[in-house]
Design a protein around this ligand. Structure first.
Ligand SMILES: CC(C)(COP(=O)(O)OP(=O)(O)OC[C@H]1O[C@@H](n2cnc3c(N)ncnc32)[C@H](O)[C@@H]1O)[C@@H](O)C(=O)NCCC(=O)NCCS
Ligand SMILES: Nc1ncnc2c1ncn2[C@@H]1O[C@H](COP(=O)(O)OP(=O)(O)OP(=O)(O)O)[C@@H](O)[C@H]1O
Length: 202
């Protein structure tokens, strides 16, 4: 079974594209969702996050105070690196355990920070979802009800899209000019062929 990574800058539409693969029967692991779950369920991680980001990092019911954490980390590079160094290794371990339980010609691992983190080394191929920056900003402002500066703060913490496109094995253009579903269907067929031809990993 192959593990295919799917990534793209904030608002590129990677979650939307991953949902289309999921409708085709492909298991999808969301590193972003898993990270949030691990951050409330892993007792060691919860203690570390409280120690570094204060008790306000969690609400009284134990849920994560995302606003508190984002205000700190997206304004301070060192704080973001610290958070990432705590959360990312645990997420990679969790995704590997998940992949071992799947039976499908290939599975998708969706992660916003595939190239920025070690995740890239744990997948066989990477799909990059691409969209123009202005469109990405508009989408996230609308989806999350946040202002342009909040989107830019996250965007500036991510690898430039041009670099991701150079590193990509496959690209899906989600620019609202080119149709997305035919691109996904074509790639799905290619990935099924690769999976059946390769014995083990690519
Ligand atoms: C900082 C947190 C609490 C902010 O939560 P919030 O709900 O406001 O944002 P959300 O998680 O939906 O992220 C929105 C987008 O911001 C970007 N983003 C999130 N985390 C990061 C990061 N560490 N570095 C750069 N961009 C990021 C991604 O494009 C992501 O899809 C949350 O993102 C978090 O816990 N991040 C650390 C874990 C992580 O790195 N997750 C992403 C990849 S595994
Ligand atoms: N082709 C499209 N046409 C219209 N809206 C779209 C399209 N693709 C994505 N969107 C919308 O843009 C927003 C961002 O998409 P999505 O959440 O899939 O992006 P993402 O890359 O996963 O973002 P993030 O990095 O923030 O998690 C969503 O509200 C989604 O519904």
């Amino acid at each position: 079974m192959q593990i295919i990574g799917i990534t793209g800058g904030i608002g590129s539409g990677k979650t939307t594209v991953a949902k289309i693969f999921s409708l085709l029967g492909i298991p999808v692991y969301s590193a972003d969702d898993a990270a949030k779950e691990i951050m409330v369920k892993d007792p060691l991680l919860v203690t570390q996050i409280r120690e570094h980001f204060g008790d306000a990092a969690y609400f009284d019911d134990g849920s994560l105070n995302r606003k508190h954490i984002s205000n700190i980390v997206f304004a301070d590079k060192e704080q973001l690196e610290l958070l990432n160094s705590l959360v990312h290794p645990a997420t990679i371990r969790d995704s590997e355990a998940w992949a071992r339980q799947q039976s499908s010609p290939y599975v998708l691992k969706e992660a916003a920070l595939m190239y920025e983190t070690e995740s890239f080394h744990h997948v066989d191929k990477v799909i990059v979802v691409s969209a123009p920056q202005a469109l990405r900003i508009q989408r996230v402002m609308k989806r999350d009800g946040v202002d342009r500066n909040a989107v830019l703060a996250r965007m500036h913490k991510q690898l430039d899209e041009a670099i991701k496109l150079k590193l990509a094995d496959y690209i899906i253009y989600n620019d609202e000019q080119q149709m997305v579903i035919p691109q996904v269907l074509s790639l799905h067929r290619q990935l099924l062929t690769f999976s059946s031809q390769s014995d083990g990993r690519f």
